[in-house]
Design a protein. Structure first.
Ligand SMILES: Cc1ncc(C[n+]2csc(CCOP(=O)(O)OP(=O)(O)O)c2C)c(N)n1
Ligand SMILES: Cc1ncc(C[n+]2csc(CCOP(=O)(O)OP(=O)(O)O)c2C)c(N)n1
Ligand code: SF4
Ligand code: SF4
Ligand SMILES: [Mg+2]
Ligand SMILES: [Mg+2]
Lengths: 618, 349, 349, 618
């Protein structure tokens, strides 16, 4: 961390990583503010990771705690994996936002407040007895009190706008301050304003003025004694875009459909946090994507089975409660051995739980939530960008092995974002598989000796007319069969088919120590926190490795070997130990869990601390 | 043929037109109780198929669970014996992604109206182009005799030893209220009428709902006998014919007349002529006549059979395909490379 | 009070009659968007409760999921915020085992007609004694704006960027076809009418279905404005009154006349008098008039509000209780010792 | 095994145990025949175990293989646990029945056939090229060819009956033969005939004649060279009745309702093999039982939750596919912590599977088939009679701990039957629990410190008006809460509540060796086969123990200790190792599974053999 001096007076401090959280009322445009800062930081070349924090209510009363909306961005000159445990800077637009977020700001952290919003009325709304700005309760932070509304209004003076309209632009004033504070160009945002409001010159001008006024405020006033520089990161060369998990999921399946040469069918029923996938895909009709909003999750699943039966790349998406409803129909897909992918964007349960919050509670439901022996492959993306790759992988497994595949995302991945190196289409795997056409050789339940996949004969194929269904099938012929030995054989065959996929997936690789004291084993969205914690532990010279399973059923063939190379195994999960149970049952390894079920992602520090305790034998 | 132009002529299509009933019988041994009404429904279904001139590989039968659900095994077409109540959802997904296929849904009174009622409703209102044949035996057959949503109130069954307490639903009233574009009723034993009704349904564009009064001689024998029996069916059933006055009776001497909003049975003669009678109009934009007919029941009225309602509305698959076509026209066929690179991007050297 | 004799007088019942709207407001902070129509529905619900003279501990509000689903939190009665679409099933089980309770079901157009359609249908046909209030905003509010089963065709929503392709359902047509014994419609902003409608529903014996046209000012603002706005609502809505001719219009100068089976709007005067108009009969045994009214819609017709149908049929819980009573009368109250020892037994020394 | 001589010439052989299987066409009345023999053997004092084998079709064509109906009874002078692996005697009324069952008859077994039915037509129906009676294919059995139809017709000669009616009585002729062969009195059956056909004298007479003619045939003809005696067993004294699992389940819950002082509500949707519980309970209206046939399983579950909310003893019942459909609603019961029991009569899956066949495939679905962390106690009866006891136990747990409880029966228990010693009502546990009534102390989610059960305040209770639902609840107050720490705490509380039940259930006890070489650990309907196999192994001097878990979640506290007392642990299951996975994960014991998924119960010999292999280190 060096300190140089810039042309104008203020010293510049160079930092490796900064985390900013913008918080305000739902109406204050915090999401937009955060996104603009993100674009700018990304374009500048920082590595970034962001996470929005919407209120559960649609529109809670203005100024109320439930109405608080936030956006956190972490940007860095090195490779980062999470939006940061705690903000270094908190920008609070009103008392509610301050109250809801201040606890996360570490002592010494910077707090920028819009003093204009700290009226008696607003303080009362969130039952602040006295104003935190005056009662000394913020003494352990470096507080910057700025009358943002007033200053902004003054800047827009003379424009033909209502006071309400004027007030709506104050977020750009705050954004301007942050741009100045972190030496960012206003260009990208100014361009955005032009594109967005070009046709409404007054609004455009207002936003421009607000932004510039904020920037100028930083430059001219004395209140900031320094400002900061976070140099560009050294990301692998290529073209990048910022992407959320839900976006990457949608794109991934469109890509899979193109590479499979089959139209994508998406049958779904809206549910938080999966709905955006439906919204996104319904915009890709020119790719031949057929989206169907069903009357419920059962119908969504049924329609997906129908589309798969017809030869499409069939997909359904939901969240936990919806997955529960689909379970009977999923079993029909297992019995009929038709290829499709079931996306579950996990949220906090049980039951309705906390719909907007994240959790990893559906792993065992995915594996076992159906009557009888019903094996299904399960994959789980580790980061927002990874959602793209695993969408292709899930499709590959479904089509190659003629099986429904579970794809476990979660609320954190869904709306979290990170830079994604855009792949070129020809680098994507081809997912082409042939339909059955030959009358001579076709048998509905004859299997490929390699994959054990049955033949896929779609309606419309002359001469291959046949019947399938949910009653047990006779091996080869596929006729209804109540024969005891046949049922046993078919049960083992369905199981062997899924287990066999282990020969067709990459080995589990380990980051950091390849053997030694402690292996931290994770799955899904905990990747970032675990990896960061392990990097820190490595830097501290600890003998720690990180392995992250993206294929959970079947597990990579070398999983057992990897586990046995370490003295201790820690499995952090946002549940009460679901992967942990599988690992212990399968490998009889005395792995221990670390469980947080708070509807929030792990903090790096939590995992770091737990690992230290274990290493210290505590 | 014009009725089903979206069906592509398959290689052996010249042959198709020459298909016969036998071509539609599969090699599977039929497994219903001797005497079951389902045999006749199967026979008429197989007999009707050649009429459509659709290659048999382009025909799919999808059923739920129930005795009726076995029917697809016996059709030498593509077939899917799915799960209880969900056949319409599978048919919807199939039809949406493969508009050129002719899709039939075979269901029972429990499968369609108890566990599956909501799916039926939504498939109908969306005018999904599927032909739904509901075998109505007013009982749960496969599970050995519990009450169904069409069982008459007070019926003693395994699950209602002291009689059911539930008002039954009128399947055709539900279908009409669900905005179905084709609604008809026939009887298992009235074979010609049954075949004709299937044919009408098959040629209809959009959701067709056909209720077949079926006898379960094991668990609900004679459920419909009162008005379907040969001896008195002319007097107790009203055979609907589009554009014709509503006349019935062995001697064609009775009719239905409208008094205000109330249909009444009248004796023709002394002053009352056919001109005084209601004239059937299956294509009426208003569903009022169809709804009225859906509720007329023996002994107060003769039970109407035939097509109650038959209107045109764009089908679900057609509308979906049109939107895709117009999006392609508007934005050009999807370019994956472009899509992946869309939005805000930046380059790292 | 006679209407609800099955409600036992609770200890503080003398107090009950004196309950006021405030007694029914819970301590929970109301959390709908400012301007949401649900506020008015809540207010009228709280205002109506004292009318029934039912102790508040004997009243239960059960809701599904949706913005509407939050209402029970704001009622100072027993409340159950259940899961999406299933409220009628929970209400049925509760009412079947606790007939003395007054049970309200709060639902939305998606909750009631999309995922929950089948449960609604079966609760209605069984005449389960529950009062269903459906907040119809023609959109999915809580999930931020997807099409619902009542969304007009072509509507652009988050899930239908190029417009929906689905024919909407008419909720009241469905309720009538489902054999509901009480069917009514009102509007969030027509507060007196809304309160009156809730009162009528509450006093009805059996399933009551009330559709409330509700404004979602965030995702579907003004969905009903065309005919519910103060300025022209008299001209575009038909307020139904039992036994009265169907007159409407600011100047009460328009009416509904029946031509055959087709309702037509007529201008009163020069030859046409109120005697020529349809007279509303909510108690008609035939559902034909109610069904007709359920389908009349602006701009072709004024939109009917009020009670479309109101008939008596024994309630589900009453029939169930009666069967139990008569079984006890017939066989004597159950004797467990006897039951365990019934059937073929033998003794081993 | 002694041999004495009876008054008339034939020698009598004394046997410890005999297993007879009656097989014929659905129309041949085999179920009735079997039941009559069962009643007689039971009344005589044998221990018995029976199992019917219905055709999957309602009425398959006469004489066809799918139309074959069977009934197996094992009766013994000692305590037995299963209907027997294989019949000692097979009574076959037609070629289809012979073809479908002959494979099960061990060499040397007795085969009694109705030769009249072996017509060319009937042989053709089941594609017998030549008649097995003449082509020597039955040489390894001792075959008794009897023209039963003809002899029976002759016996009924002169009665005013159609030939069809006459033929319908031939099963009683066969029954008569068996009565003679095993020295049984005809009295019970003659009495039954009187009760049943008293009002139709001709029919009564016909059946009487048929029965007696069969008996006389055995006595007078030479074809049997010996007959057999199976002495009475030494069952604990008491009053007994023969009972199937479904009957015992229904009775058990009626008893629970009486002992809890709460009306029983049963919400269900018909499904094989659970429907009979609905049929049975709908006949107990004079006990105040309210049965509700719902429109589907979701509605059945919802109605059950509603009844529980109202204060009833709430019950629902279904089979695998129905359980899958209930899963979302079950989670609402978990979140609202309302007491109810969910009966799952397991059948062969996945999907529709083989509806009439047995399996243990729903254990993991019961435990994990819901979104989020959703702990539910699980109990599983071990025998038909045990279904009664566990119905009371499941109700006790539900009411004491305010939780839904899973009750796992299966198709084998459901229709299998055994003698049940009728308990006296006062010996049954009291299940009374109090509803909350005190305004001062009531908090919706305040918990009993002992059980962690929350208070049960039912609608109608003045002053306790409150709101519950599926969104996460704040501890104590029960208000909606999105607080991260509250969610974590509540998740752990729900888990601890169920785990704590372990302190309130009996320890796992072991039959046979208390430690040593091999422990066979089972659950559910495999009890009989395992226990019999272990008895045999013990008799052979092997160091083997049998432990059978009836409480699966939580497991008895001493389970780990028990497992560790043995060198090897074998877990036989009618699935692919579901309890096995729990055991391995929980106790890290290298237990091995033995899995048969044939839709049929284990044979004693199968388990015996597998155990021998293990003991032999194979
Ligand atoms: C999810 C589920 N629930 C219940 C069943 C059991 N079941 C099978 S068919 C049926 C009802 C059959 O009645 P219906 O639809 O009228 O057909 P039918 O047998 O009378 O032709 C039921 C309840 C099932 N197979 N699946
Ligand atoms: C099983 C399940 N599926 C989906 C959802 C998500 N969801 C919650 S409310 C809702 C629809 C809300 O629409 P509506 O019933 O019209 O109520 P509104 O919000 O408009 O009042 C949906 C799809 C859910 N909570 N549970
Ligand atoms: S049970 Fe009834 S419906 Fe089913 S096959 Fe037999 S006769 Fe037909
Ligand atoms: S989203 Fe719409 S329905 Fe929901 S609370 Fe807001 S305004 Fe009301
Ligand atoms: Mg039926
Ligand atoms: Mg809505």
């Amino acid at each position: 961390m060096t300190t140089t001096t810039k042309p104008h007076e203020l010293p510049v401090q160079e930092l490796e990583r900064v985390t900013i959280r913008f918080v305000g009322d739902s109406g204050d445009g915090m999401q937009l503010t955060g996104t603009q800062f993100t674009r700018t930081a990304a374009a500048f070349g920082n590595d970034i990771s962001t996470f929005p924090d919407y209120p559960a209510e649609i529109r809670a009363p203005a100024g109320s705690l439930p109405g608080v909306s936030g956006f956190q961005i972490s940007f860095s000159s090195s490779d980062i994996h999470t939006p940061g445990d705690q903000p270094d800077v908190l920008v609070a637009m009103n008392p509610a936002a301050l109250k809801a977020n201040i606890a996360d700001l570490p002592a010494g952290g910077a707090l920028i407040v819009n003093t204009d919003a700290f009226t008696a009325a607003n303080l009362a709304k969130v039952s602040y007895a006295s104003s935190p700005l005056t009662d000394g309760s913020l003494s352990k932070y470096s507080v910057f009190e700025i009358p943002i509304s007033t200053l902004n209004a003054r800047a827009l003076d003379g424009l033909d706008m209502t006071t309400k309209q004027v007030d709506l632009t104050k977020n750009f004033f705050a954004l301007g301050i942050m741009f100045w504070l972190y030496e960012r160009s206003m260009e990208p945002t100014l361009r955005w304003i032009e594109d967005k409001f070009g046709k409404r010159p007054v609004i455009a001008e207002a936003n421009r003025r607000a932004l510039k006024a904020g920037y100028a405020f930083g430059e001219t006033t004395e209140i900031f004694h320094t400002h900061y520089r976070v140099p560009a990161a050294h990301l692998p060369p290529g073209k990048y875009r910022n992407i959320t998990g839900n976006e990457a999921t949608a794109l991934g399946f469109v890509a899979a459909s193109v590479r499979a040469g089959r139209p994508l069918f998406y049958g779904s029923y809206p549910i938080t946090p999966a709905s955006d996938i439906l919204h996104q895909l319904s915009g890709y009709k020119n790719f031949g994507v057929r989206t169907f909003q069903a009357e419920d999750e059962i119908a969504a699943m049924g329609s997906t089975i129908g589309a798969a039966y017809g030869g499409a790349l069939a997909l359904t998406g939901t969240s936990g409660p919806g997955l529960a409803l689909k379970s009977e129909a999923i079993n029909l897909a297992v019995m009929t051995e038709l290829p499709m992918v079931i996306v579950d964007v996990q949220r906090a349960g049980p039951s309705t739980g906390m719909p907007t919050k994240t959790e990893q509670g559906d792993l065992l439901q995915s594996l076992f939530g159906r009557n009888g022996e019903s094996p299904i492959p399960v994959v789980a993306p580790a980061t927002p960008a990874d959602c793209f790759d695993l969408a292709l992988e899930a499709s590959r497994i479904a089509l190659t092995y003629m099986t429904p595949v579970m794809y476990l995302s979660d609320a954190f991945l869904a709306s979290g974002a990170e830079p994604w190196r855009v792949p070129s289409v020809e680098d994507l795997p081809s997912l082409r598989v042939e339909n059955a056409t030959d009358r001579a050789t076709f048998r509905p339940y004859a299997r490929d000796p390699e994959t054990l996949a049955r033949m896929w004969a779609v309606p419309g194929t002359p001469g291959l007319e046949h019947r399938i269904g949910g009653i047990e099938k006779a091996d080869i012929s596929g006729n209804v069969s109540y024969d005891p030995d046949n049922h046993h054989r078919m049960t083992l065959l369905r199981n062997a088919k899924v287990a066999g996929i282990a020969n067709d997936i990459p080995d589990l690789d380990v980051y950091g120590a390849q053997d030694g004291e402690l292996l931290i084993l994770g799955w899904g969205s905990t990747y970032g926190a675990i990896r960061s914690a392990v990097e820190r532990l490595r830097a501290e010279g600890q003998s720690v490795g990180h392995a992250h399973v993206r294929h959970i059923n079947p597990l990579p063939r070398n999983t057992g070997d990897v586990l046995r190379r370490f003295r201790r195994v820690l499995v952090p999960e946002l549940n009460l130990g679901q992967l942990l149970m599988l690992i212990r049952a399968t490998y009889l390894v005395d792995a221990q869990g670390y469980q947080r079920v708070r509807g929030k992602p792990f903090r790096i520090a939590e995992i770091h601390e737990r690992a230290e305790q274990i290493l210290a034998g505590r | 043929m014009t009725e089903l132009t979206q069906v592509p002529l398959s290689p052996e299509n010249e042959a198709v037109i020459k298909l016969t009933r036998k071509d539609f019988a599969s090699d599977q041994e039929v497994r219903w109780c001797p005497g079951c009404g389902d045999y006749s429904i199967l026979a008429q279904t197989q007999k009707t198929m050649p009429e459509f001139g659709v290659p048999k590989e382009n025909i799919v039968f999808i059923s739920g669970i129930g005795c009726s659900g076995r029917l697809p095994y016996y059709m030498n077409t593509y077939g899917f014996h799915s799960i209880h109540g969900r056949a319409p959802t599978i048919a919807t997904g199939l039809k949406a992604s493969r508009p050129e296929l002719m899709v039939w849904v075979i269901t029972g009174d429990g499968d369609a109206l108890s566990i599956g009622g909501n799916h039926l409703l939504h498939a109908m209102r969306k005018n999904v182009d599927i032909k739904v044949v509901m075998h109505n035996n007013r009982i749960y057959g496969l599970t050995k005799g519990q009450a169904s949503p069409t069982s008459e109130i007070g019926k003693v069954t395994k699950s209602s030893p002291t009689g059911t307490i539930d008002q039954p639903v009128m399947p055709l009233s539900i279908a009409i209220a669900a905005e179905a574009t084709f609604v008809a009723r026939s009887v298992d034993t009235h074979t010609e009428h049954l075949a004709k009704t299937f044919e009408r349904a098959g040629f209809h564009h959009g959701s067709a709902f056909v209720e077949v009064l079926q006898n379960c001689n094991i668990f609900n024998d004679g459920a419909w006998r009162d008005f379907t029996d040969r001896e008195f069916r002319e007097d107790r059933m009203l055979v609907l014919e589009h554009g014709k006055p509503m006349v019935f009776g062995k001697d064609r001497d009775k009719g239905i007349r409208l008094r205000g909003l109330h249909p009444e049975v009248v004796q023709l003669g002394d002053g009352i002529t056919e001109d005084d009678l209601l004239v059937h109009d299956e294509t009426a934009p208003d569903p009022y006549l169809a709804y009225m007919l859906s509720r007329m029941w023996w002994p107060e009225y003769p039970v109407p059979v035939g097509v109650l309602r038959n209107i045109e509305r764009p089908t679900h698959d057609r509308l979906m395909s049109d939107q895709i076509a117009s999006e392609i026209a508007r934005r050009g066929p999807g370019d994956l490379e472009k899509l992946l690179n869309s939005g805000e991007t930046w380059v790292v050297e």
